[in-house]
Write a protein that binds this ligand. Structure first.
Ligand SMILES: Cc1cc2nc3c(=O)[nH]c(=O)nc-3n(C[C@H](O)[C@H](O)[C@H](O)COP(=O)(O)OP(=O)(O)OC[C@H]3O[C@@H](n4cnc5c(N)ncnc54)[C@H](O)[C@@H]3O)c2cc1C
Length: 548
């Protein structure tokens, strides 16, 4: 196939139209949709509203609740742990606070538990891969906080609540909005380098569905900058981290409280029994389940393990009947399918246009609505189809330099520029092709504002938890979420361990759960948590061939 500047020749007919209409498009933007229009497009084109994507779970505390099929498959599986292999009288690690997950929420929780008086050697972070192999490290666009005179946490609250279709838990939204300025101040003290203007003030952009510019960013690698800083802080304090040791199940004691966990050491093949007075679940999301066959932006460890383990001990789950697909996953070239192009690109002025070069949606609708509009364009034949069959619409990146001046893209979107340059595409001059990608687990383990779950001894923070964002999260609120609720988890778990004694450890709940699964008649080979995603076999092949 003949290629021109990184794109197949046949796409140039469309690129020429995009170029010809570029200046006119900058000045004639599509208006935001009314609430009724949003509802209408969501119902027709978003997977949350499609038939066949979800079913009722038949087991456990949430029996009868509707969840995505891939999540129900996990919950209706036998445990991946063979309890006969575990000797609970041999304790390998005995700590006050066990933190499961070495991403943002886990690291912040460790720092605040330590600040709240728990000695560093009474804390243990256990993580699947390396400390920082996490969605937190990959976050690009920014973090929201209402910290300017023309803004306020109350307006931030309203944006979060509206974005979540008014389904969020109000006490959690309140915590998220109110703690946000404090988090940015803490980051500044630790040395996070947010973008600033010439006067030294924060440069704050807007995101989809937000009514004020309150997104703080560090170019297009905000997550890496935050994660680098907090991980350094944890390392400086010498907080112990057990790497390459995914946790496979939680332990209960004879009072029914969560009392630690069993981890599997990938390097040695051994199990480790970890006894703890409080356990903080910070295992992140589940993008690697590829729900509805979507590609994903997520890191390889995002397999929903925390949901499964929490469910096995009786914690309830909320809002798992929704997923967040991010409108601008890369659709071309094939090597980057599903990888995120940050919302900041639209925040800086780039407009999505169809194959005729026409804008078709306000660029900063909430993510679910924006995604639905992209899917509509492709389904109705106004998208581009790549040689491998991937559909997409154009995101007209060259607009950014026209609006803000030459060099802006290179300066503010350095990561994006580099990613496409590897394939011969210069995003300063040419648009990029995008299509929705599975990005975020809106729901999860229900918590309260103290990050407590309904099971004593078990706290949860970050993407694994549910209730904060309701049925749709807005941009920049998840980096905020892991900081706000990671901090709270550290503080409240530290308070909890002062009066906690641990009884006799047990895994009886797993044996009972396995018996209940067996009664459902599901195939015996289905086991969860899955720990790492499956990229072999029939299902993986079908996914590659059946994106639409
Ligand atoms: C590409 C990308 C860009 C994003 N951009 C933004 C943005 O600009 N702004 C924003 O607000 N949000 C953004 N997000 C979302 C945000 O980054 C995440 O939701 C958030 O960082 C999640 O933090 P977390 O600590 O809960 O989970 P993670 O950071 O994913 O950490 C979870 C950790 O738990 C570990 N783990 C999982 N299972 C187990 C197990 N069984 N045992 C032990 N450890 C386990 C994982 O390996 C990982 O280390 C983005 C996400 C992605 C993927």
């Amino acid at each position: 196939m003949k290629m021109i500047e990184g794109y197949p020749e046949y796409m140039y007919e469309s690129i020429k139209l995009v170029e010809a209409k570029r200046h006119e498009n900058i000045s004639r933007q599509v208006k935001p949709m009314s609430l009724e229009e949003r509802e209408r497009i969501l119902k027709r084109f978003h997977p949350d509203y499609m038939e066949g994507t979800k079913r009722e779970v038949r087991i456990g505390i949430d029996k009868g609740k509707l969840m995505y099929n891939g999540i129900v498959d996990l919950l209706e599986s036998r445990s991946a742990l063979d309890t006969k292999e575990i000797d609970l009288t041999r304790i390998d690690f005995d700590v006050d606070i066990l933190i499961i997950g070495g991403g943002g929420a886990g690291t912040v929780a460790a720092l605040f538990a330590n600040d709240s008086g728990v000695p560093r050697d009474r804390i243990l972070i256990v993580t699947k891969l390396r400390h920082g192999d996490a969605n937190s490290m990959m976050a690009q666009g920014g973090i929201q906080a209402a910290d300017r005179p023309e803004d306020s946490p109350v307006i931030h609250y309203l944006d979060i609540y509206g974005g979540g279709h008014f389904t969020n838990k109000p006490e959690l939204v309140r915590a998220l909005a109110m703690d946000a300025p404090l988090i940015i101040k803490w980051h500044e003290e630790l040395g996070v380098m947010y973008d600033r203007d010439d006067e030294g003030e924060f440069l704050e952009l807007s995101g989809g569905g937000t009514s004020r510019n309150r997104m703080h960013s560090a170019k297009d690698y905000t997550g890496m900058e935050i994660m680098r800083t907090i991980r350094d802080e944890a390392r400086n304090r010498e907080i112990p981290v057990l790497e390459f040791c995914p946790v496979v199940e939680l332990l209960l004691d004879d009072s029914g409280a969560v009392s630690g966990a069993v981890a599997f050491n990938i390097e040695t093949g051994e199990y480790h029994v970890i006894r703890a007075k409080a356990t903080i679940l910070a295992t992140g999301g589940s993008g690697r389940l590829h729900l509805c066959d979507y590609p994903t932006t997520n890191h390889y460890g995002a397999t929903g393990d925390g949901l499964v383990m929490a469910y096995h001990v009786g914690a309830n789950l909320v809002d798992l009947d929704t997923i967040q697909i991010h409108p601008t996953g890369d659709a071309y070239p094939d090597a980057v399918i599903g990888i995120l192009t940050t919302e900041k690109v639209r925040g800086l002025g780039a407009i999505p246009v169809n194959k005729n070069g026409d804008p078709f949606v306000f660029p900063l609708e909430p993510r679910d609505v924006e995604s639905a509009a992209f899917i509509r364009e492709c389904r109705e034949g106004r998208g581009i189809v790549t040689p491998s069959g991937m559909p997409g619409v154009w995101l007209d990146t060259p607009m950014i330099d026209i609006i803000h001046g030459e060099g802006t893209i290179e300066k503010k979107l350095a990561g994006e520029v580099r990613r496409f340059r590897r394939f011969g595409i210069n995003i300063v001059k040419l648009p990029i092709l995008v299509y929705p990608t599975l990005h975020y687990q809106n729901g999860g383990v229900e918590i309260n504002a103290r990050t407590e779950t309904r099971v004593p001894g078990l706290f949860a923070a970050g993407e694994v938890s549910g209730g904060v964002h309701g049925k749709n999260r807005l941009m920049g609120n998840s980096l905020l979420d892991f900081n706000v609720f990671g901090r709270r988890a550290g503080i409240y778990a530290a308070e909890y361990v002062k009066k906690r004694t641990v009884g006799k450890l047990t895994l009886r709940h797993i044996e009972e759960y396995n018996r209940a699964v067996e009664a459902l008649g599901v195939p015996p080979e289905r086991k969860a948590p899955i720990i790492l995603p499956e990229y072999r076999g029939k299902e993986a092949m079908a996914r590659a061939l059946d994106i639409l």
